[in-house]
Write a protein that binds this ligand. Structure first.
Ligand code: ACO
Length: 402
């Protein structure tokens, strides 16, 4: 094929591609995404099938190892993860130092980064055993780290993991149990959260995954790379959109539920306001995850017997946008984040935890992509070029002459 490296060496030319919209930074066999047709497959399996029949842990295994696990492989994987859910007692002191109103995403990335201080025995990305154990530790500990962050924000004592429970049940129990009352997870909530985690598990070279790969390309350890990915996810144009959607719906509700005025503001780009949860760099017809999540939102709300005025506002916004030329001409459709917040809210999570839930789901994808990059023969450090726009050259002047 066309060798851009050779062209650059011969001509000195570099390509400038705003937001990397047309630049494939890697070859990858993890996730297939066709934005024109709204197709998403993990290792070849359609997202619809995995969401309907699979579990989050088998999806994580699939992404990381390339194949769905046999029954024995799955129980071995589950068993290993269960053994590593505890955090070192000293980790709790980090939470003591954070202000109570700290954003849980900041706590999450800080504590994940701090794991590299506790597990210095697994920093070498080229040692298969070390790669494996750091992967298991992360998958096992992220729900505990997330639940502790929530406990910090509400001022409750932490709840230790329970090894008798499944991945999602354990996380819900650590989050919502209080000394006075043991939380018994509702099967509807468990199934819905498991499904949401599957839907978030990978999405090829999005901002956070590219970040994980870029940091990892310097051969930084897995904890450091994942911590960077969590920070990338936090922004409102990426994973932080799920929190931003709920805040937008609440604002519309507080101002009397006037959807048309809000849509007008978006179209006029007043104060840079966007319809959060709409639009995607790659999907140009629909986001297949959003389709499944919209149904799940209805199911969960009705199963929990909750009606939510915010759902009505969301439905009205979607209906207006899908019939408006501004959104239609720019191919703006609901993305994965448009309805997730409503489900998380019905489950009892505060807005600030929504992006943390996204991170729990995305972890296997980050890890799978990091493994793929590290194992690829001839993999190079990620190092983009630039088009320099500054002053070409000038002479230094002593401070009294400036
Ligand atoms: N509301 C209103 N207008 C929008 C929106 C939106 N949500 N998204 C894009 N546009 C408009 C832009 O203003 C631009 O219009 P213009 O041509 O008149 O200038 C045009 O559509 C193209 O937008 P870009 O910003 O160039 O699209 P890009 O591919 O860079 O951005 C993104 C994609 C970040 C997802 C964007 O659609 C957005 O900001 N959406 C809202 C935030 C959001 O929901 N993010 C979650 C994404 S999915 C995920 O990470 C899980």
């Amino acid at each position: 094929g066309f060798d851009i490296g050779k062209l650059r060496a011969e001509t000195g030319l570099v390509t400038l591609d705003s937001g990397y919209g047309n630049t494939a930074a890697y070859k990858s066999g993890v996730t297939y995404l066709d934005g024109e047709q709204g197709i998403l497959r993990y290792r070849g399996y359609p997202i619809e099938q995995l969401a309907e029949h699979g579990t989050f842990l088998e999806t994580a295994y699939l992404l990381i190892n390339g194949e769905l696990p046999s029954a024995d492989e799955l129980s071995g994987f589950r068993g290993e993860i269960t053994q590593h859910t505890l955090l070192h007692e000293d980790v709790k002191r980090f939470y003591d130092g954070f202000p109570r109103d700290a954003h849980p995403m900041a706590m999450l990335s800080s504590v994940v980064s701090a794991l590299s201080t506790f597990y210095q025995d697994s920093h070498n990305p080229f040692d298969e055993r070390q790669r494996h154990i750091s992967t298991i530790r992360l998958l096992a500990k992220l729900p505990t780290i997330a639940a502790y962050a929530y406990k910090k924000s509400v001022g409750h004592p932490v709840v230790y993991p329970s090894n008798d429970l499944g991945y999602v049940e354990n996380f819900l129990r650590m989050t919502f149990s209080v000394p006075a009352e043991e939380y018994v997870p509702d099967p509807v909530v468990v199934a819905a959260l498991d499904k949401l985690l599957i839907l978030h598990a990978d999405h090829e070279q999005n901002c956070s995954t590219s970040t994980v790969r870029l940091v990892g390309s310097s051969q930084a350890n897995l904890f450091a790379s994942i911590s960077a990915g969590i920070n990338a996810l936090w922004g409102p144009l990426h994973g932080g959109a799920n929190q931003a959607v709920l805040e937008m719906l609440e604002q519309i509700q507080q101002s009397g539920g006037d959807v048309d005025t809000f849509i007008r503001k978006v179209k006029n780009k007043e104060d840079g306001v966007r319809l959060m949860g709409f639009g995607h760099r790659v999907y140009k017809s629909f986001d297949p995850r959003a389709k499944i999540i919209k149904e799940a939102a209805h199911d969960v709300l009705s199963a929990l017997g909750k009606s939510d005025e915010l759902l009505d506002i969301a439905l009205a916004l979607e209906e207006r946008a899908l019939n408006d030329d501004y959104f239609v001409s720019r191919n703006l459709y609901p993305n994965v984040d448009f309805y997730t917040g409503l489900i998380y809210r019905a489950m009892g999570f505060p807005n600030s935890m929504f992006t943390v839930l996204f991170a729990l789901g995305r972890l296997p994808g980050w890890v799978a992509q990091w493994h793929e990059m590290i194992k690829e023969p001839g993999s190079r450090i990620g190092r983009p070029r630039q088009v320099y726009t500054g002053v070409v050259e000038r002479d230094y002047l002593p401070v009294e002459q400036r």
